[in-house]
Design a protein around this ligand. Sequence first.
Ligand SMILES: Cc1ncc(COP(=O)(O)O)c(C=O)c1O
Length: 394
Amino acid sequence: MAISSKVREQMQESSWIRRMFEEGIELRRLHGADNVFDLSLGNPILEPPEEFRVELMRIARDERHGQHRYMPNGGFAETRAAVASDLASETGLPFTGDEVLMSVGAAGALNVILRSILDEGDEVVLFAPYFAEYVFYVSHQGGVVRVAGCDSEFQPDPESLAAVMTPRTKAVIINSPNNPTGAIYPEERIAAIGGVIQEGESRYGSEIYLVADEPYRKLIYTDEPYPFIYGHHVRSIVATSHSKDLGLAGERIGHIAINPGDPRRGEFMDAASFSLRTLGFVNAPAVMQRIVARLQGAQVDVSAYRRKRDLLYPALRAMGYECSLPDGAFYMFPKSPLPDDVEFVRLLQSKLVLTVPGTGFGTPGHFRASYCVDDGTIEGSLPAFEEAFEEATG
Ligand SMILES: Cc1ncc(COP(=O)(O)O)c(C=O)c1O
């Protein structure tokens, strides 16, 4: 076969969400769309805020020449400056446009970061449960994944990180608010992770990056200030996007921000510009850059996601499901009432409710339910959740 055996194997491994997606189509065909309750996807349901449409119309009417041409690979200077100014006011750190690079979503940002820092065989630590795509991003950019664990509240475990670090460790990826658990990592935990990374650097005489994937940063349901990573490790880089906070997942716009305190940040940014260009992104979409430059203070109505969480979470708990309360993002990660999460997801599926087994996130024994759906889908899924719990435990 002409397809690379590596890609063929990866497609096989990555088949969970895809399989649920395809089976969902078949179930809708057999039973009618209104009778299938799909909680398997993370496709933002809220429309972009009104300001987005206003800016889009303004750009459509702007007749100046040259607006859709190539630009510097890192993005328009005005956009980078606008993002930096927002970051400076959020973090209190002296960000300038030189510490910001516009990317093709958080996914594009992560690939650019990994391409820029990894040599063949370098290791990248993930904490399970993790967003499954990381495994492929690391592999595509020549790295090898090492998996550390979380505690029972899905907080990353510093001791487990220490145990998997080696002289080849080049990066540690964290994701908060987390997909699939909705957990937010508190300041003390990030500080502890930073401490373990620094011990590793001294032990091995190496340099290790702390990379935070933050596409859900503004989807938070607590009043606590968001704990940024920059104060906890000098080599810290953030990848993020407006896929969720502005509801622009299909428009592929995000950015990379590097710690202004990293003395070698210029070297990293040069490498990242090169990687962004030669991975074939060339630059982030021009129209979107012009729009988000003016929308740094805007976001979708996060209270709508919180309301959906508050529809699903107490209902599942009342049925007997064990689950941590998600503080952000739009997922929850209950314990599977059957020891085999895949079997339980199949049981739910037989009752026309679609979820994703924890196995797909490196954590068997749980399943992910997305509440990024309309209220009717949540309400319609509840009787099946209850029946499945009773069958599994009865
Ligand atoms: C944890 C996490 N990281 C990255 C991404 C990719 O997002 P983007 O659309 O910004 O590329 C997603 C998308 O669902 C995600 O859940």
